[in-house]
Design a protein around this ligand. Structure first.
Ligand SMILES: NC(=O)c1ccc[n+]([C@@H]2O[C@H](COP(=O)([O-])OP(=O)(O)OC[C@H]3O[C@@H](n4cnc5c(N)ncnc54)[C@H](OP(=O)(O)O)[C@@H]3O)[C@@H](O)[C@H]2O)c1
Length: 238
C-alpha cells in the first residue's frame, strides 16, 4: 500500500521505518523537504538530523506534506499537535476521500508553568483542546471529506510499531472514529504491526480520553524511572 507519514519527528520515523519493513511504499513528509534535509542539528528530542536518518533508511521518499498525502492511499498524522489543524487544513484537498490516522497530542508548552516536569521542555505541557473537544475532532471538522481515526496516541510510537517489545505484546491499543471502514484500516495496520488486543472505543468523541491520557502516560513513565517517552504497555483486563 502507498502510505504517507506526515511528520519528521521520532514518532513519524518509527512508522516510516516499520512500514518499509512491511513492504509498503512510504512517503515521509515535512513542511519544506529542502530545509529539513539541510538541518545539521538533532531535534529537541535528540533525534539525529533527518538527512542522516534518511540515509540509514533506504526506500523512504521525503516529500512535502501535501505531495505525500496526495500520493498515498492511507495517511498517518504525526504533525506537532498544536499546529496540526492548520497544517492539515492547508492540504485538505489532498486528503479528501482518504483515511487519516491521527496520533498527535494537542500540547501547548507553557514555559512559565509552575509545574516543572522532567520533559525536554522542562514543563508538563497543557492540553488544548481538552475535556469538551479533542484535536482529532477538530481535524475531522476541518476535513469533512476525510475519515479521521484516533489511534496510536496512548503509546510511544516505537512501541506502537513493535508491541512485542513490551510484555511480549500482551497489552491494549485503542481506536476511535466515526467511520467503520476507516477504523478497520487502522485495525488492519495495527494487526500487521503485531497488535492482538485492539479495543474499539467507539465514535471519535472518545479521542478526548485518549489525548488526555497523555498526562498519565508521562506520569507512569517517570514513576518507572524512564525518560520522557517511556516504553511500557497498558492492558485493559476484562
Ligand atoms: N513521538 C512519539 O512517540 C509520540 C507518542 C504519542 C504521541 N505523540 C504526539 O505525536 C505528535 C508528533 O510527535 P513526534 O514526536 O513524531 O514529532 P514532533 O517533534 O512533535 O513534531 C514534528 C513535526 O511537526 C511539524 N511541525 C512543527 N511545527 C509545525 C508548524 N508550525 N506547522 C506545520 N508543521 C509543524 C514538523 O514539521 P517539519 O518536518 O517541517 O519540521 C515535524 O514534521 C505530537 O503531537 C506528539 O505529542 C508522539
Amino acid at each position: 500500500m502507498k502510505i504517507a507519514v506526515l511528520g519528521t519527528g521520532g514518532g513519524a520515523r518509527a512508522h516510516a521505518a516499520r512500514l518499509v519493513e512491511l513492504g509498503h511504499e512510504v512517503f515521509a513528509s515535512t513542511r519544506d523537504p529542502e530545509a529539513t534535509l539541510a538541518r545539521t542539528e538533532p531535534d529537541i528530542m535528540g533525534n539525529v538530523p533527518y538527512s542522516q536518518w534518511l540515509a540509514d533508511h533506504p526506500g523512504i521518499t521525503l516529500k512535502s506534506f501535501g505531495d505525500a498525502a496526495g500520493a498515498a492511499d492511507l495517511v498517518i498524522n504525526g504533525i506537532d499537535g498544536h499546529n496540526a489543524v492548520a497544517a492539515l487544513t492547508a492540504i485538505a484537498d489532498r486528503l479528501a476521500g482518504k483515511t487519516l490516522i491521527d496520533y498527535a497530542v494537542p500540547y501547548v508548552y507553557q514555559h512559565d508553568s509552575e509545574h516543572p516536569w522532567p520533559t525536554p521542555w522542562g514543563v508538563m505541557p497543557k492540553l488544548e483542546p481538552c475535556d469538551t473537544d479533542s484535536l482529532a475532532e477538530q481535524i475531522q471538522r476541518a476535513l469533512p471529506a476525510t475519515k479521521v481515526v484516533k489511534s496510536f496516541v496512548t503509546q510511544e510510537q516505537s512501541t506502537v510499531v513493535d508491541p512485542a517489545s513490551v510484555g511480549e505484546g500482551d497489552h491494549t491499543m485503542f481506536v476511535a472514529g466515526d467511520h467503520t471502514d476507516a477504523k478497520q484500516q487502522a485495525t488492519d495496520l495495527l494487526t500487521s504491526y503485531g497488535w492482538s488486543d485492539i479495543l474499539d472505543l467507539g465514535p471519535l468523541v472518545c479521542a478526548r480520553g485518549m489525548e488526555m491520557y497523555a498526562h498519565m502516560h508521562s506520569a507512569i513513565g517517570f514513576s518507572l524511572g524512564q525518560q520522557f517517552g517511556g516504553h511500557f504497555g497498558i492492558k485493559v483486563v476484562r
